[in-house]
Design a protein around this ligand. Structure first.
Ligand SMILES: [Zn+2]
Length: 167
């Protein structure tokens, strides 16, 4: 029986990691990480409603310690604390969905610290993925809209600087 953190999001989908399974790494949440995952799922419920109420595929949630670091995640990634989710294969396309969600973050209707368009390619609306990260409970979210891109072979996080597309 799947255990749900919120109505539509299960604990299992927020902690599963094929990398961890393959490498034999532990990805079991602590009580605190679990509480953080619940907060993420509460925001995901709002995103899900906004995008039409269909299922959202979480490609990555919690990535504890080496589960994150050994597969090249950012050292300070919110995934390590259970404060982030990556969304992929979205029904309306990842890029279109990103454009739908971003204004709600900018207007501070969704308590998101960083919404990142990861490696979107203009001619591939289903490429890339969306990273949604929350602030630690005692911190104020930054409501940042960023995009990740490879610049000179390195990942750079740029400010999303095209307000017309977000309007
Ligand atoms: Zn992510």
């Amino acid at each position: 029986m799947a255990e749900y953190l919120t109505e539509n999001f299960s604990l299992q989908e927020m902690i599963r990691s094929s990398f961890a399974t393959r490498k034999g790494l532990d990805n079991t949440p602590t009580a605190r990480q679990r509480e953080s995952l619940v907060r993420v799922c509460e925001v995901l419920e709002e995103v899900r409603s906004l995008l039409g109420g269909r299922s959202l595929f979480v490609s990555s949630g919690l990535r504890k310690g080496r589960v994150n670091d050994d597969q090249g995640g950012a050292r300070n990634s919110a995934h390590k604390r259970g404060l982030a989710a990556d969304l992929d294969n979205l029904p309306n396309g990842n890029y279109e969905s990103f454009l739908q969600v971003a204004p709600y973050v900018l207007r501070r209707e969704f308590p998101v610290d960083q919404l990142i368009g990861e490696f979107f390619l203009p001619d591939e609306p289903r490429g890339g993925w969306i990273h949604l990260g929350l602030a630690d409970e005692q911190k104020t979210p930054r409501y940042q809209i960023l995009r990740a891109a490879k610049v000179g072979g390195r990942t750079r996080y740029l400010v999303w600087n095209d307000p017309w597309e977000l309007a």
